[in-house]
Write a protein of this length. Sequence first.
Lengths: 137, 394
Amino acid sequence: MPDPVVAPVNEGMWRAAADGRLDVQRCSGCGAHRYPPTDGCYRCSCLEWEWSTLPGTGTVYTYTWIPDTTRTADLGREVRYNVAIVTLDGTEGEPVRVLSNVVDALELGDLDVGQAVEPAFIPFGTNLALPCFRRRL
Amino acid sequence: MAEFQRDAACIVGIGHSAYGSRGSLADLGLSRLALDAVHDACRDAGLDVRDVDGFTGYCDDPTWPAELAVSLGTSEFRYSGLVWGGRGSGLPGAVTNAYMAVASGLANHVVIVRSLIQKVRLGQSVGAGVQPGDPIPLSVSYTAPFGMALPAAIYALKAQRHMALYGTTPDHLAEITINARRNAVNNPDARFRTEITVEDHHASRLVADPLRLLDCCMESDGAAALIVTTPERAADLRQPPVYISAVSMTGEYKWGTASFNTVDEDFVSTGHRRAARDLYDRAGLGPGDVDVALFYDAFTPSVIMSLEDWGFCGIGEGGPFVAEGRIRREGSVPVNPHGGNLAEVYLQGITHLLEGVRQLRGTSCNQVDGAAVALYGSGVGASPGGGVLLRSST
């Protein structure tokens, strides 16, 4: 998978993930959390924001399984990976959802809408990581 | 807002190039395909191609309007407009541009054109026009690194939640393609003219669970065009005009590039409930007036959610609605009688508008008796999308 573009609007999040924290933007004007990173606040249009650390736990909102063609060819059996949208706990404003992976869910049937998850961080680059999740069993 | 001036423009000509499989028409080039479609549309209208004086397109179409104008012999080039944003959902925006240009007196005959050669495989995109292996832009940095690599996955995520909330099933999804293929049997221009069964659908390979190959449209090459003018000018042309009653290019609240942070009630939808409200208000029509629905069907969940968004059934009821045969050409709301993106050709919706015109002229291969009003609704993926309501002049 391609690495994300590191930019002022998202670098703090990748760095926090490398330190084991899930940070998202929080509006300096009204306090609403938001994701993915944007320049302005959907609620009050304020352009000032800061990073805010969330618990990192959440709930699977929806998901899909996609065939992993490269690994399927290597292993000689069909391998799939999931893409899941997770609603984060502890946010202010409209629900905040992160598109990510539930890294310990490996087979069809390992995921359902409503599954509780906790953070898991997958490193990339230097001192950067992607915010991912694992199931809370 | 000021009151919308409805029925101020009409479609007087439709045309298309040859259709082919992905890349098969690449040697001709985008401009030649577009010119074939424009010539065909002008022949249909009874209009000299040199009298086209405006051009409008969508989906960041790289076809160059000045090049078209030179090859058409356009002496008066009065209008050019490409929709800003919207990608494949942007067709209603292109209709809006044509509508505004002729209704306001900026141009006389505006052509809406889409020319597509899938050397860049849109179905493999990791973001708007971004191919696997390309450096990714910032806008897809919150999706592509997680393997969110296919347009099909956008619909899969919505379909999975639709199933969890409302009990929608793979059989319901299959019915969308079964209907499209069944209609295409009678369409000599369609590329996929063999019928399929529920079993064929379920046996096709997984693309993005719950979507299988037979939930996905084809990849194809071709071009199509429509000529838009005023009702007054239409009187001098060959075809009975089809009125554009209203247009909306209403975007979805909190939907950037596949951002998935729309409000909860909008998530399991095509994002067009506001577009539907605007469109029906402007036309003075409602879903009960619609005789034929043309829905963007790049993937099957689009049709189920469109039926809900545009008011043909309650939210969450799209699955049982299609299971009852309601979208078949004999049903209460015939959907895509030409076969749509799933079976006729994939030119990002423009051929749906051609079918709307044929239905309202009474010349479709699967004619709906007495069709007087046709609706076009865009799909999911980019904003703004929107809709178009067409009305017959008879």
